[in-house]
Design a protein around this ligand. Structure first.
Ligand SMILES: [Zn+2]
Length: 440
């Protein structure tokens, strides 16, 4: 069957958002909480938790009918490359942002990589391939996201960004879609982004004007809780994308407009149609704003807090862990965040900042890392070193024991050495990486 081209950008994310609000009470409740958290961050009532760059593991599910739309690994990698430019503001065309908004273009501090281990811990290239007889998939039923309906099942959305690439996707009205995303707060079984193969990546079957990978940039923006820049109120001037630094705009812009395009009394600069969250062609969109980045980071702290540098750690794996009597305290100062007891035998822990270079069995290595870090802290924070030397004769050597012996003074010492602690975290990770290398 001949595939029809999409002549204007079409995205089903908002329609899916409305559908879930109307049909899924849990989604509606989650959305209220998520927006409340975002609101607090945007107004400075709550600070962002993640410093540095969050690396998100991606699995691409290629659902294909022909050899042609069974897109190549190279086309998939070309998409990852675009994401890593767009979300780090290293895309060359950011230079085309009009000077009036240059200072608003912001690094989102998010990068993406094809997953290297699958949900069972086995090595993977982060790509699944599923042959199907289904030519047309539907956003309304999410049929591409389930093997039972001709698509491919997701990997756990708490740990992976699921990207489905399909032959053809339509909305409830039968309108051809470039793609659609599920906003945070929705069902795990359908969480992720679906994109038509001809709008994915920059090579192979990617077709102009959607061959620069911006459909995925746009849809992942939704997945991280960004709304369309015109506020999704049709062509009216009352809708808002909840971002203070994106001009109020009348409706979507298509193609590659000339600057400025004034609507809703937003002159002289007009609509920010070069924003990734408008409907312009790939070559005409090239920026996120500061407020959009704040919303995305708030999402990583909130509903997507388990993704990126996060593992579920079985308690039983902490063979050396019992040496610590006050692990919660230690994590506070070492940059580990203990979130919550999950079940009797499992805990979540999370790294803040850059992810560690773990490839093999992160479960045990995290415990090792904490040990390595505590040793480094003692060696490098003068007050700790002094206390360790002084108390060693009475058998006090481990960090938690030192702190227990002289809590106030030493806690303060670590707190006032925050920069040193950060550097030590990096050293500890490097040490572990070397240990792994020599062990394997
Ligand atoms: Zn959209």
């Amino acid at each position: 069957m001949r595939e029809r081209a999409v002549h204007r950008r079409t995205c089903g994310a908002h329609e899916e958002h409305r559908r879930l609000l109307n049909t899924d009470p849990a989604y509606a409740a989650n959305r209220a909480i998520i927006e409340s958290q975002a609101w607090e961050v945007e107004r400075g009532m709550r600070s962002l938790e993640r410093s540095g760059v969050t690396q998100i593991p991606v699995v691409v599910h290629v659902v294909y009918t022909t050899a042609t739309n069974n897109i190549s690994d190279a086309q998939i990698q070309s998409q990852i490359d675009v994401l890593n430019h767009d979300f780090r503001k290293t895309n060359a065309d950011v230079a085309n942002v009009p000077s009036v908004w240059q200072s608003l273009a912001t690094d989102a501090r998010i990068s993406f990589y094809l997953a290297t281990s699958d949900p069972n811990g086995q090595a993977t290239n982060g790509i699944t391939r599923t042959h199907t007889s289904t030519i047309t998939f539907h956003s309304q039923t999410d049929d591409i996201k389930s093997a039972a309906s001709g698509g491919a099942d997701p990997w756990p959305s708490a740990n992976y960004l699921n990207l489905w690439v399909g032959p053809r996707i339509v909305n409830a009205q039968g309108q051809e879609l470039l793609g659609y995303a599920q906003f945070p707060g929705g069902p795990a079984a359908t969480d992720g982004v679906a994109i038509v193969h001809s709008g994915f990546g920059t090579s192979g079957t990617a077709a102009s004007p959607y061959n620069l990978g911006r459909t995925a940039t746009h849809e992942i923006g939704h997945w991280l809780n960004l709304f369309h820049i015109w506020g999704d109120d049709g062509t009216g001037c009352t809708g808002s994308d909840q971002c203070g630094d994106t001009p109020n705009a009348g409706g979507p812009n298509f193609g590659a407009p000339g600057f400025p395009h004034v609507t809703c009394n937003n002159g002289p600069s007009g609509d920010m149609f070069m924003n990734y969250m408008d409907y312009t062609d790939d070559r005409a969109m090239f920026m996120f704003t500061s407020d959009q980045v704040t919303r995305m980071q708030a999402t990583l702290d909130g509903p997507r807090s388990s993704i990126g540098s996060t593992w579920l750690i079985p308690w039983t794996k902490f063979t050396r862990f019992t040496k610590f009597t006050n692990f919660t305290w230690l994590t506070k100062f070492t940059g580990f965040t203990f979130i919550t007891p999950f079940t009797e035998f499992t805990w979540f822990t999370r790294f803040t900042g850059d992810p560690p270079p773990f490839e093999i069995d992160p479960l045990i290595q995290i415990a090792d890392l904490v040990f390595a870090l505590s040793e480094l802290l003692i060696a490098n924070v003068p007050e700790l070193k002094e206390a360790a030397d002084r108390l060693a004769p009475v058998g006090v050597t481990h960090l938690h024991e030192l702190i227990a012996a002289e809590p106030d003074a030493l806690a303060q010492a670590i707190g006032s050495n925050a920069h040193a602690v950060k550097a030590l975290q990096s050293d500890a990770r490097n040490s572990l990486a070397r240990m792994n290398k020599s062990a394997s």
